[in-house]
Design a protein. Structure first.
Length: 306
């Protein structure tokens, strides 16, 4: 395991260059269009079938469906194949089954990120072949780097494992193969200020943290310089399962606070809008956890504008 001092010394350079992290419009700075929501409670994308990629956009490189799942391959400098969900969800459960890529400095990632740069991460650094990293950010705040934790995983580059996040207004939980490995409470993220709490979309991909053109700090974090002659380097993702605790056709920021209470969930088919209140719900079957705090919809009519 690497120490906190190692993480803190180099994380600023790393987060700024991660291929999966960006926003096209930050609603904390200006008025943005509403986000397209996942209007149903659940979605299962089986990437062993070409149709499994139907709800996903390829934002970089080429991603193909194979018998092992979606195939993400780095062959040369500049490759960073990435897919992104065409929808957002607002609190929920996300599970994916992955075999990470091998090779020095190759980063296999799954990132949940909102327009205002709330973020929940899984990162597998190929150089360290017995662990995976969990991380989070609130509103893009990078003033401290004590958020990352590493979790021991058996042969993540040779064996498929399931990785999951249960994200609610009160806490976020990370699971490996159904076992709870980390919990973040709302209050522990600077009394909620840095707690991820706005509608997220999902980005999955790989990138070369060890690329020779990256900063020295990024290459160090990635465990060394990537030699592309040792490639290709391939990550497979068999499936993604999404449970959306607040299904809606769209989500809109009603102010610039970045608080979950300011998000308006709209459904034109049912002529209703919704804001969020706390309640309790079970984690989907298939995990070995019992129950967790979730969220429910407090409805109001569309005409009221509430």
């Amino acid at each position: 395991m690497r120490s906190y001092l190692q993480w803190a010394a180099i994380a600023a350079a790393v987060h700024s260059c991660a291929a999966q992290t960006y926003t096209s419009c930050n609603p904390l700075k200006k008025t943005c269009s509403a986000d397209k929501g996942l209007a149903k409670y659940s979605l299962y994308s089986d990437f062993t079938s070409e149709s499994g990629l139907d709800r996903w956009n390829t934002t970089s490189g080429t991603v193909t469906s194979t018998d092992l799942g979606a195939k993400f391959t780095i062959k040369e400098e500049g490759d960073a194949p990435t897919i992104e969900s065409e929808f957002y969800f607002f609190f929920g459960y996300v599970e994916f089954k992955m075999r990470a890529a091998n090779g020095t400095g190759i980063i296999s990632t799954s990132v949940l990120e909102s327009d205002d740069l709330d973020e929940i991460d899984w990162e597998q650094i190929s150089t360290y072949d017995d662990e995976i990293t969990t991380n989070y950010f609130g509103k893009g705040n990078t003033t401290s780097y004590d958020r990352a934790t590493t979790v021991t995983v058996s042969s993540p580059e040779e064996t498929f494992h399931t990785y999951a996040v249960n994200w609610t207004p009160s806490k976020t939980e990370w699971f490996v193969d159904g076992t709870l490995v980390r919990t973040l409470d709302y209050a522990d993220a600077v009394d909620g200020t840095n707690y991820p709490q706005t509608p997220m979309r999902i980005r999955i991909g790989i990138w070369a943290g060890g690329d020779p053109d990256n900063s020295e700090g990024t290459i160090e974090w990635a465990g060394g310089e990537t030699d592309y002659d040792d490639g290709p380097f391939t990550m497979y993702v068999e499936y993604v399962k999404v449970i959306n605790y607040n299904p809606a056709e769209s989500y809109r920021y009603t102010d610039k606070t970045g608080s979950y209470t300011s998000i308006l969930a709209s459904n034109t088919t049912s002529s209703s809008n919704s804001t969020i209140a706390s309640s309790s719900s079970s984690i989907p079957s298939g995990t070995r956890a019992a129950t967790a705090t979730s969220s429910v919809v407090r409805s109001a009519t569309a005409s009221s504008g509430a």
